[in-house]
Design a protein around this ligand. Structure first.
Ligand SMILES: *Cc1c(COP(=O)(O)O)cnc(C)c1O
Length: 516
């Protein structure tokens, strides 16, 4: 029997099949246009143009990196535009999209603006966002082959390529797609715990720097592991000698967690030394390269991650330096057998007899069940840009951070945190803050950041880090992930920061003193 004989035809948004898009329901009727199949493109095409117009309008009204007025004003404008969010009768797809998308775009902190540079929050590439539309329309769910036949095969190809990028000299490396660094670190620690248990130990001790991401500590909490043994990182990097001392005092399995690209500063721990120390004590190494992993795309920058291959597992995000819409995380492991503890049997998803008959088992590829095909946008991006194309974007961000650091160094009213800037992160503060007593200086730095946010002028981050004299101070943080913005696009931000600091000091000086 041909599959056409009994294949139902559900009328879609292109009723006569002549290519006349008509996605909207007549007034008073419920809009049930679906996104997939041959008709889906028509329904989507019309609505997509509504979305694109609303995005452009919202950005024009916003006119900057984020909306002005602060949280209450933003929430009030949003409410005014979108209430009621659950009307008794719907307004129809076009009106709803125009209203909601425009309101959210108007009130967005938009990383495509060079002055939106606080976090590891990247502007997504248009190619990735467009591919994500296809992911949403097709809606493969990555927990069983019968929900994602080709997407599953694509994920296998892409994870193999990413695993080979991290572990070029291993024979059977593997990688999972995750929701981001938090999940990658959680799974890495879970796998370490299971290896420890398989070896007859009760648990595994995690050893990390105080520069490690908070998700490492949270993972130990979630997994019922002892709290991590944390070593101080005076210069922002883990000191291998300190880890050596900790490991010497531990009995039982240990997992050293190093960071390649710290969240606060973009610094890379000394991976080869940490690998050697771990090996000497029979401990394992996990590298959290959520930020720094994509340095591997660049021949010039990849050597910064030397030693990565000694790690048993590597966390690697593509929604930071990778320009993917959230979510796009990767956990690479040095050998596919290390993933065995994730295997799980659920008769409705991967029955033994289905497996014997050749249906791929996807359930052991994640701790989630229903799972978005995040691989689709990743695959489109990898193909569109290629390794060297992505590498050149990473190099651009690193170069921009160097330029930005030089601008800070040349600015009479700013001071940079001593030392090399991290991958693409620069810490700095107004010298006006240095002239104040320490607590007031930090308060000024914090106030500058909040003032820029509430006035909708710029999004810069904050980080506490050690100064040259050993004191921990508050710094402003610029995390430069824009693949096109260059140093000169950011120079004005520095004058804005110093002018804002001066403005705050003037207002404070004019305020009447409170009662003593
Ligand atoms: C961002 C980050 C994480 C957390 O990753 P998510 O994708 O936000 O879950 C973990 N570690 C480091 C070093 C990070 O920069």
């Amino acid at each position: 029997m041909s599959r056409d004989d009994r294949h139902p035809r559900i009328p879609g948004g292109d009723p006569d099949g002549a290519g006349h898009p008509d996605a909207s329901a007549p007034p008073g009727e419920v809009d049930v246009a679906v996104a997939g199949d041959t008709h889906g493109a028509y329904a989507l095409g019309k609505l997509t143009s509504v979305v694109l117009d609303a995005l452009a309008e919202g950005a024009t009204v916003r006119g900057g990196p984020l909306p002005g007025g602060g949280p209450d004003a933003v929430a009030e404008r949003l409410r005014a535009a979108c209430a009621p969010v659950l009307p008794e009768h719907g307004t129809g797809a076009e009106e709803a999209l125009r209203t909601v998308v425009r309101a959210v775009a108007e009130g967005a902190a938009d990383p495509a603006d060079p002055w939106c540079a606080a976090h590891l929050h990247c502007p997504p590439l248009a190619v990735a966002a467009a591919a994500d539309l296809a992911a949403a329309a097709l809606n493969p769910s990555m927990d069983s082959w019968d929900q994602a036949p080709a997407a599953a095969a694509l994920e296998q190809e892409v994870t193999a390529a990413l695993a080979a990028l991290v572990y070029p000299r291993r024979t059977a490396p593997d990688a999972l797609i995750t929701s981001g660094g938090t999940e990658s670190n959680l799974v890495a620690l879970l796998l370490a715990r299971e290896r420890a248990r398989a070896a007859g130990a009760a648990t595994v001790r995690v050893v990390c720097g105080d520069n490690a991401h908070h998700s490492v500590r949270r993972a130990t909490w979630l997994l019922g592991l002892p709290e991590p043994v944390t070593v101080e990182c005076p210069g922002g990097r883990v000191d291998p000698a300190a880890v050596d001392r900790v490991l010497a005092g531990l009995t039982g399995p240990a997992l050293v967690v190093a960071t390649a690209g710290t969240t606060d500063e973009g610094l890379v721990d000394p991976l080869p030394h940490l690998a050697a120390v771990a090996a000497r004590h029979g401990a394992e190494l996990h590298v959290d390269a959520a930020y720094g992993g994509p340095l591997l795309f660049s021949d010039r920058l990849a050597p910064l991650l030397d030693g990565l291959e000694s790690a048993v597992s590597v966390t690697f995000d593509l929604h930071k330096l990778g320009w993917q819409p959230v979510a796009a995380g990767v956990l690479a492991v040095s050998d596919t057998g290390l993933l065995a503890p994730l295997a799980l049997r659920a008769d409705y998803l991967n029955a033994d007899d289905d497996g014997e008959a050749g249906l791929p088992d996807l359930l052991g590829r994640s701790i989630r069940t229903t799972r978005r095909p995040d691989v689709l946008k990743i695959a489109a991006t990898l193909r569109a840009l290629g390794r060297t194309g992505l590498g050149s974007l990473v190099e651009h961000c690193v170069r921009t951070a160097r330029e930005f650091a030089a601008f800070v160094d040349a600015h009479p009213a700013l001071r940079r945190r001593p030392g090399e800037p991290g991958i693409s992160t620069v810490l700095f503060r107004p010298t006006a803050a240095d002239a104040l007593p320490p607590a007031e200086g930090d308060a000024l730095v914090a106030e500058v950041r909040r003032r820029l946010l509430t006035e909708g002028l710029a999004v810069v981050g904050r980080a506490v880090a050690e100064d040259a004299d050993g004191t921990r101070r508050l710094w402003l943080k610029a995390t430069l992930l824009h693949p096109r913005a260059a140093g000169e696009d950011l120079a004005g931000l520095l004058d804005l920061v110093t002018a804002t600091a001066a403005r705050i000091r003037t207002t404070h000086a004019q305020e009447p003193e409170g009662p003593r």
